[in-house]
Design a protein around this ligand. Structure first.
Ligand code: PAD
Ligand code: ZN
Length: 370
């Protein structure tokens, strides 16, 4: 039996279930003792209906743990291995994986069905099956995942830090280092300074940005943004980002603008804050009915702007996880500082409220703390 936080319907609080049955791993699958799971905005977005997934479902997709048992044919990992979960499985063989676009792996096609690779689930509670977010389901003390969702890491990496790598760090750092094309001395603007945005900020500095303008509606987040390397702050709703960016660039506007919130208004605003020939990187996940309001001629021809969608930091997890761990060990990437609170799996609803209230960079469920 596992203990899990379960979403039974859109708009309802998560329920703590202590009776969750976890089937044995099938071929190509792994049983994982979850060590830790971050609480990401995408989890909240499933709860509030922004991201459509079937219910009932075990949320959680930013996790790390220890392999307990492997199914038939598993070769990538063995019992006892510590792993980061990739919220996009990475088969290594498909069209996308073989051309360096592992974040689009064809094996992720079933993800919106809320099951594993074959669409079926391994969790059940009170006799009814439970779906599983992103083939992870890390709001459960134990889970079954595809082996191709596992990235082996050294045993000495704290699992609460490893968990954050699984989504917020790979996405945010990848947005700046992989998706965007930041040059030495650039001016970058980051709209939204949460768990993902703070990683965009620190990686933009690693990429050479001289100015990073942080935009958020909470002073607490803007303070965190400065700790992560932002050089200027804009309080959304009070200050005008365009005048701050204009001042930073002699009127040219930003070389690269990242939207890391997922709102229609800020996605459109991001387009306006990029300079002629500049780029906009969309990281925040909006509702399915959001459209951008762009003038084709002005935006793309006369202003020659580029818009890039950033799915999972355009990452190839096999290469990027070790790279991020090296940066962390060298003191170049702040990861411990992302953990504002350690919580139990029964406190995810409070963690959602803390996230919406601007109180935390990340809340992390620490299963190891007992
Ligand atoms: P978060 O809630 O920790 O951070 C969002 C930040 O935006 C908070 O600091 C808010 O205060 C701030 N904010 C909200 N509204 C506004 C506004 N109108 N103006 C300025 N600031 C505002 O979320 P997160 O960092 O975990 O996730 C951010 C988004 O990224 C979210 O949409 C999530 O679903 C998405 C995401 N995308 C991927 C991907 O692969 N593209 C991966 C992971 C998360
Ligand atoms: Zn996430």
């Amino acid at each position: 039996m596992a203990t899990a936080a379960v979403l039974t319907g859109v708009g309802t609080p998560l329920e703590l279930r202590e009776d969750v049955e976890v089937e044995a791993p099938r071929a190509g699958e792994v049983r994982l003792r979850t060590g830790a799971s971050g609480v990401c905005h995408s989890d909240l977005s499933v709860q509030n209906g922004t991201i459509p997934l079937p219910t009932p479902i075990v949320l959680g997709h930013e996790g790390a743990g220890i392999v307990e048992e492997v199914g038939e044919g598993v070769t990538r990992v063995a019992p006892g291995d510590h792993v980061v979960l990739s919220f996009v499985p990475n088969c290594g063989d498909c069209y996308f994986c073989t051309r360096g676009q592992g974040y689009l792996c064809e094996k992720s096609a079933m993800q919106l069905m809320g099951g594993l690779l074959d669409g079926t689930t391994r969790f059940s509670s009170a006799g009814a099956p439970l779906h599983q977010m992103a083939m992870c389901g890390t709001f459960s003390s134990e889970t079954i995942v595809p082996e191709i969702s596992c990235v082996k890491i050294p045993d000495d990496v704290p699992l609460k830090v490893a968990a954050l790598i699984g989504c917020g760090v790979l996405t945010g750092v990848g947005a700046a280092l992989n998706t965007a094309d930041i040059h030495e001395g650039d001016t970058v603007a980051v709209l939204g300074c949460g768990g993902v945005g703070l990683n965009v900020i620190q990686a933009a500095r690693i990429a050479g940005a001289a100015e990073v303008v942080a935009v958020d509606m909470f002073d607490s987040k803007l303070e965190m943004a400065e700790e992560f390397g932002a050089t200027r702050r804009v309080k959304a709703g009070t200050d005008d980002p365009s005048s701050v960016i204009t001042a930073a660039t002699g009127g040219r506007l930003a070389d690269t603008v990242f939207e890391v919130i997922g709102l229609e208004a800020t996605m459109n605003q991001a387009m306006d804050l990029a300079r002629q020939g500049g780029e906009v990187v969309l990281v925040g996940v909006p509702r399915m009915d959001v459209f951008l309001n762009l003038n084709a001629a002005l935006t793309f021809l006369y202003m020659a702007k580029t818009v890039k969608g950033c799915w999972y930091g355009s990452t190839n997890v096999g290469e990027d996880v070790p790279k991020l761990l090296d940066l962390y060990r060298d003191g170049k990437l702040k990861l411990d500082e992302l953990i504002s609170r350690e919580i139990g799996v029964g406190e995810v609803n409070e963690a959602f409220a803390a996230m919406e209230g601007g109180e935390v960079a990340r809340s992390v469920i620490n299963y190891e703390a007992g």
